[in-house]
Design a binder for this molecule. Structure first.
Ligand code: BES
Ligand code: MN
Ligand code: ZN
Length: 496
């Protein structure tokens, strides 16, 4: 990772040099706190260049002599409509994209329409931090704006900088979680196998996360044969990692997050076609999101007890690999006909979900998985599929999605769909009939391993990786899910 810009909070005072970033509303109206020389210069440029202050529109100006900074970057605010959390992320991201390599940057966080509060400043900073992420460890020659030769320093100038300090630290902890999730998804599978993934998570103990790693032998003793069947075609052994963040006072029942961690999905004997198979290094996007979330919760000292569990396997193919038609007995006792070895994620999650609910009796379980290509057919790259047995949890997730921009869309479950996975030789089979309702039958399969606990499944195949770049994400691995679930916890599950 190249050096991220260093962020500091300062009062509203004109810098003596560098780049000044100014927020502008309709007709380039700027904050009254700015020196008159700056305001009139921006207003004049606005009318000369027909700058209307539309959202994220930019004017990059040479500053008039004698005012301090050399450059004034004006960015539009769309002042008429109230700015929501994601708007501030986009603003921060757009600014970061424009000032890379600029050196000293001062962002004047004040506007004609009223001052900028602590939470808003923190969202802006989070967008800036997320946009500054890049994954270029394997590039021998770095592109100029990715070079870390000149680390930028960004000062956020605010009417009340002290009030924003705590918010900024919280937002930065969450952005760190997003960066971890992105790193894990972007990392190639030759570097990041199940053992290496588990080793990286062991590092989270430095942040106060308790980390426990189950080996193959331990999983065998627990009867996790669904997960182990997937792993058996790879020389690289599987791992199950249990992370615990105990931030609540007392021993309240934990909230639990479970992630699919297939470090590479060849499809197994039901092998995938070659085209695009390289993307399957990202088939651990669910596990990455859970890992990033745990880092975020610990980093911001969330007042919650949280469990993160990731099932780490490689779905490879060798002479020992699982065959179509094989029957395995999951930890729950359910027998499964593995009719398609490429429907492996649900086998991994079956044992991880059962283990989680059995051992921790959580308040709810939310699993994340790059589970089906079918969810991309249904929802594209802009919503994750949400499947749940609980209306309240679903509503809360949908609301968290709307504010963070990590949107989810609820899909149905039901007995008609459950019937499609009835087994011929065993209790259930791991694929439905044909391509119909592929994401739903996958969710029905997972639900077979959930008893009465509130549960939600997020199918993030379309959102965890390869989704279109935006103002605050230019990375292939998006880190989807970290901010969504952090927001869910913040809004509903922390003790005050
Ligand atoms: N990891 C894939 C799903 C996937 C596809 C994720 C594209 C991201 C992008 C999953 O293991 C899989 O192969 N699912 C199959 C299920 C089928 C065999 C029932 C699929 O979607 O084709
Ligand atoms: Mn697969
Ligand atoms: Zn997969």
């Amino acid at each position: 990772m190249p050096a991220l810009p260093s962020l500091s909070l300062v009062p509203l005072q004109m810098p003596r040099t560098g780049t000044l970033v100014v927020l502008a509303g309709a007709d380039a109206a700027t904050a009254a706190s700015l020196p008159e020389a700056v305001r009139s210069h921006v207003a004049r440029a606005g009318s000369a260049y027909k700058f209307k202050g539309k959202s994220l529109a930019v004017m990059d100006l040479l500053a008039p002599e004698g005012i301090g900074p050399d450059r004034i970057l004006v960015i539009g605010l769309d002042a008429d409509k109230p700015l929501a959390e994601e708007d501030w992320l986009k603003l921060g991201g757009a600014v970061a994209g424009r000032v890379k390599g600029a050196g000293a940057v001062t962002v004047w966080l004040d506007r004609a329409a009223g001052s900028v509060g602590a939470a808003e400043a923190a969202w802006f900073a989070q967008g800036l931090q997320m946009r500054s992420y890049s994954f270029d460890a394997y590039k021998s020659v770095k592109s100029e704006d990715e070079s870390d030769a000149q680390a930028d320093s960004v000062s956020l100038a605010l009417a009340d900088p002290e009030a924003a300090r705590g918010h900024l630290a919280t937002a930065a902890a969450v952005a760190d979680g997003v960066a971890l999730a992105r790193d894990l998804v972007n990392e190639p599978a030759n570097v990041l196998g199940p053992v290496e993934f588990a080793d990286r998570l062991t590092e989270l103990s430095k942040q106060g996360v308790e980390v426990e790693v189950l080996t193959e032998a331990e999983m065998r003793a627990l009867g996790m044969n669904a997960l182990l069947g997937v792993a058996q075609g790879s020389p690289r052994p599987p791992r199950l990692v249990v992370m615990r963040w105990n931030g609540a006072e007392g021993d309240a029942a934990p909230v639990a997050f479970i992630g699919k961690g297939v470090v590479f999905d060849t499809g197994g004997v039901s092998i995938k076609p070659a085209a695009g198979m390289e993307d399957m290094k990202g088939d651990m996007g669910g596990a990455a999101a859970v890992s990033g979330l745990m880092l975020a919760l610990a980093g911001r000292k969330a007042k919650v007890n949280a469990i993160g569990i990731v099932g780490l396997v490689e779905n490879a193919v060798d002479g020992n690999a699982q065959r179509p038609g094989d029957i395995v007995k999951a930890m729950s006792g359910t027998t499964i006909e593995v009719n398609n070895t490429d429907a492996e994620g649900r086998l991994v999650l079956a044992d991880a979900l059962w283990y989680c609910q059995d051992r921790f009796k959580p308040r709810f379980m939310i699993n994340l998985a790059t589970l089906t290509g079918a969810i991309i057919v249904a929802l594209g790259n802009h919503h994750a599929g949400l499947f749940s047995n609980d209306d309240e949890l679903s509503e809360r997730l949908a609301a968290a999605g709307r504010v963070t921009g990590e949107k989810v869309w609820r899909m149905p479950l039901g007995p008609e769909y459950d019937k499609l996975i009835e087994g011929k030789f065993a209790d259930i089979k791991n694929v439905g009939a044909g391509r119909a309702a592929g994401s739903i039958t996958a969710a029905q399969f997972l639900q077979r391993f959930v008893n009465t606990v509130a549960w939600a499944h997020l199918d993030i195949a379309g959102t965890a990786m390869g989704s279109p770049a935006n103002e605050y994400n230019q990375s292939w691995g998006s880190g989807f899910g970290v901010r969504l679930l952090d927001r869910l916890v913040t809004d509903h599950y922390e003790t005050r």
